[in-house]
Write a protein that binds this ligand. Structure first.
Ligand code: SAH
Ligand code: SF4
Length: 405
């Protein structure tokens, strides 16, 4: 364990390119010391109640009721919990919260995509994105503030500050989206929010326990009640955690492959230096639950003259066949950000690449970029608050005020 971690338990040290250290950390209490119940299991809620002095038998009953109110009904205050004695509401409210992450800013793109800038109780900013389509609505959820992995084409990877999000902050994103879409109580039919992708900021498999615990609540039938078939976890290739992800989380897997040769993948997805392509594809072949009905998605960002040749496409097909992978390929046009060292491939090149993969019998759609105008598209997430100091933000707010007034 590194010394810094003892003095600053909330911050994840950035140990170079490929070796992040997951940092266990306590749930942050709110500024007034109250503890959030969002993100806790039934047993953990019971433990909190008992720890605060509630008699064990009552704590068990109350935990069950609270769970239902929090995750099924979306309650944001104890006062609305009608089957809990009124006299007990102040007792709960003095000690606990059912708050969501604070919304710092909400933006809507001209294509309907929405992006929220969120803030944790201890002042860290992260983002979530909602992408509405005709037949579905997908929430793109963050697992970390920033990312330690430094993929060269990804804006999030350039963030300096990194910390794991807690289960409460991860589930809290889904709950906040439900709040804003008016989708409580949790119901199986007629939702706008139908799918979840763990593809926001961060590498979910470097925050395994929190992601697993949060998704368990999301998938619980009396919790947020979303089916595991509608949830996808994307990893850049944290090979040693993939089997556990399949067994303990069991959602669909997406893998950020992005290159088919060692040289290129080492350059653009540096974790490849640690877990190479062949090892990664073997882990995909072994992924529990993958089959023709539940294929693994290979994400492939199209970078001009870097990974987009016909030979690259043919090599991709060869590799998928070699490992007999039930696969689909998702081609992602590179989304630019200021100072990015790459350009997006031309539309012709992307088409040619897609055709080669498609003609080999593997589905290879090109993902339509969404929310580019509000920097909500893949790889554009980077909280600007990390780049600006508090004084700078105050000055900007004053200027905005002056301009309005
Ligand atoms: N860390 C995980 C999940 C978050 S990134 C992972 O890497 O898989 C979600 C997806 O967006 C990944 O496939 C990532 O490679 C892709 N991405 C990152 N930056 C991008 C950019 N600038 N343009 C297009 N896609 C990008
Ligand atoms: Fe991290 Fe994924 Fe971005 Fe790579 S692509 S830096 S793993 S968020």
């Amino acid at each position: 364990m590194c010394a810094d971690m003892q003095t600053a338990p909330n911050l994840m040290p950035i140990p170079g390119h490929v070796d992040p250290v997951p940092v266990p950390r306590p749930e942050p209490a709110s500024a007034d010391g109250r503890r959030s119940l969002v993100g806790l299991t039934r047993d953990q809620i019971r433990g909190e109640l008992e720890g605060a002095g509630m008699e064990p038998k009552q704590a068990k009953l109350r935990a069950k009721q609270l769970w239902h109110w929090i995750y099924n009904r979306g309650a944001t205050a104890f006062g609305t919990m009608t089957d809990i004695a009124k006299a007990q509401h102040p007792w709960l409210a003095e000690r606990f919260t059912v708050d969501r992450p604070e919304v710092v800013e909400a933006q809507v793109s001209n294509d309907g995509t929405r992006k929220w800038l969120l803030r944790s109780t201890d002042g860290h900013d992260f983002e979530m994105v909602f992408i509405p389509d005709a037949d579905r609505g997908t929430l793109c959820v963050s697992s970390q503030v920033g990312c330690t992995l430094n993929c060269r084409f990804c804006h999030t990877g350039t963030m300096r500050l990194v910390r794991n999000l807690t289960p409460g902050e991860i589930v809290g994103q889904v709950m906040l989206a439900r709040d804003s879409l008016g989708e409580w109580p949790s119901q199986p039919e007629g939702r706008m929010l139908t799918n979840i992708v763990m593809m926001g900021m961060g590498e979910p498999l470097y925050n395994f326990d929190a992601v697993r615990d949060a998704l368990a609540i999301v998938m619980d039938g009396d919790g947020l009640a979303l089916s595991k078939r509608r949830i996808t976890l994307s990893t850049s290739g944290v090979v040693p955690m993939m089997e556990r992800a399949g067994k303990e989380i069991g959602v669909n897997l997406a893998v950020s492959l992005h290159a088919v040769t060692k040289d290129v993948r080492d350059e653009i997805v540096p974790i490849n230096k640690k877990y190479g392509i062949e090892e990664l594809l073997q882990a995909c072949a072994d992924y529990p639950g993958a089959n023709n009905a539940r294929r693994i998605t290979f994400e492939y960002v199209m970078l001009k003259d870097k990974n987009d040749s016909d030979d690259d496409a043919r090599e991709l097909v060869r590799l998928i066949r070699k490992y007999k992978l039930p696969a689909k390929v998702n081609l992602i046009p590179f989304n630019p950000w200021p100072g990015a060292p790459y350009e997006c491939s031309t539309p012709d090149r992307i088409r040619s690449f897609s055709n080669i993969v498609f003609e080999a019998g593997i589905s290879a759609p090109v993902r339509t970029p969404r929310g580019r105008d509000i920097d909500a598209a893949c790889g554009q997430l980077k909280t600007s608050a990390e780049k600006r100091s508090r004084a700078e933000l105050d000055r900007l707010a004053e200027e905005k005020q002056a301009a309005l007034g």
